[in-house]
Design a protein around this ligand. Structure first.
Ligand SMILES: *Cc1c(COP(=O)(O)O)cnc(C)c1O
Length: 423
């Protein structure tokens, strides 16, 4: 099935006389006629639904769709992208363990790894997104449990070198976990480059209309847990679940089944059926939308690069980008609709430019059908001095622009009139 077709049809098929659109199953619990059936579900929870803290038929349909889009064996929805990353990490690492991560990842994930998980006894070493196999290997310790990265980093837009990351992780017997939020499976297929587990903030392009916060974890099914001595949780009986052995009893789906029956059971971070329904609807148009986001961003990036008021433009689709070669290899259909550019004249000029935008709204968000922008130096990073900003890769005059689904000519016209106003 082509990905366009899978976005429409995967996950839910109406039987004769049933609703054509995916029903919203607003029910906390499920009806069974015999204690035997319920007992069976406790032995083999994958055979049905028990309680909507763990799974729900509306959510399951969307999980099946997203697993099909990524080419994985299973997926699990979560209430946010943050929670998707936390669940993926917690399914592999515990107190006393260690993670190696690309340094070019979402700020919330940096905080999760560097601050919150550290308080729970999980340490992290950060390396460059373009680190060589040797550099990544040098950061791996005996207690490392996973290697983590972001396919296209938010907001740095750095492209992960999948091949070096996968080679280094697998040589050490570790799974590679990649947050694929920005490109979505329409533009990037991490499992084809050796990634073992993919996460998403579905809040971004998958929703794409700024309606619902959500996340998802997807299992490739390719990591060989049974032959590894680093993950006893996968290969020894889980006494909290009637002695199931995840790698033996669930085979290629061991990772995602374990995530659901240990972590979702205990943490209860499953989205409501209404949110899963909305996500299912927005996913139907994902390929159309991504094509348009990428086409507009490329045009806008090229236009910005030719402007004298712009000091630099960062977009992997530009030949001038240091990530252009990696982008051509891993993201041949484009990277996303997000661009960053530096306004000549610095902090004040950039803030003034944002204030003069008409259609382009100032928002702490990206990946929306409506174009939006953010000036990090006056918003997310306002506590930092100009020197501190430069040290973490953000110029004081930098603007992050998320190209929406409006006509690219109208986005450019809005930029043009704002430049004229601050001239
Ligand atoms: C937004 C984002 C997250 C966090 O997702 P939420 O849904 O906001 O919790 C994680 N990773 C990336 C790449 C993001 O852009």
């Amino acid at each position: 099935m082509d990905i366009k077709t899978a976005c429409i049809h995967a996950g839910y098929e109406a039987a004769n006389g049933e609703p054509r659109a995916l029903p919203i199953n607003l029910s906390t619990t499920f009806h069974y006629e015999s204690t035997d059936e319920v007992a069976h579900l406790f032995d083999r929870p994958v055979d049905g639904h028990i309680y909507s803290r763990i799974s729900n038929p509306t959510g399951s349909a969307v999980e099946e769709k997203i697993a099909a889009l990524e080419g994985g064996v299973g997926a699990m929805l979560t209430t946010s992208g943050q929670m998707a990353n936390l669940v993926a990490i917690m399914n592999l690492a515990a107190a006393g363990d260690h993670v190696v991560s690309s340094a070019a990842i979402y700020g919330g994930t940096v905080n999760l790894l560097a601050v919150t998980l550290k308080r729970f006894g999980i340490e992290c070493t950060f390396v460059s997104p373009r680190a060589t196999v040797e550099e990544i290997a040098a950061a791996i310790r005996p207690n490392t449990k996973l290697v983590f990265g972001e396919s296209v980093a938010n907001p740095a837009l750095a492209v992960l070198d999948f091949e070096s990351y996968a080679t280094a992780a697998h040589a050490a017997g570790l799974p590679l976990v990649v947050d694929n939020t920005f490109p979505t499976p329409v533009l990037c297929r991490p499992f084809e480059w050796g990634v073992d587990v993919v996460t998403h903030s579905t809040t971004k392009y998958m929703d794409g209309h700024a309606m619902t916060v959500g996340g998802v974890v997807v299992d490739s099914g390719n990591f060989d847990w049974a032959s590894s001595d680093k993950f006893p949780d996968f290969n020894e009986p889980d006494e909290s679940y009637h002695g199931v052995v995840y790698s033996r009893d669930f085979g290629r789906a061991a990772f995602i089944v374990k995530a659901r029956y240990q972590l979702m059971r205990d943490l209860g971070v499953y989205p409501p059926a209404t949110n899963a329904f909305i996500l299912n609807e927005t996913l139907e148009t994902l390929p159309l939308r991504m094509r348009q986001h990428v086409e507009s961003a490329q045009r806008v990036a090229e236009w910005l690069e030719a402007r004298p008021e712009v000091a630099s433009v960062n977009y992997p689709g530009l030949a001038s980008s240091p990530d252009h070669e990696l982008a051509e290899k891993y993201l041949p259909k484009g990277s996303s609709g997000v661009i960053s550019f530096v306004v000549a004249g610095g902090r004040d000029k950039a803030a003034a430019l944002c204030d003069h935008f008409g259609m382009i709204a100032i928002e702490v968000h990206v990946a929306d059908s409506r174009s939006c922008c953010l000036h990090p130096a006056s918003a997310t990073h306002r506590q930092l001095t100009d020197e501190q900003l430069v040290a973490c890769g953000i110029e004081p005059g930098m603007i992050r622009l998320s190209c929406g689904l409006e006509d690219a000519g109208d986005i450019i016209a809005d930029l043009d009139q704002a430049f004229a106003a601050i001239a």
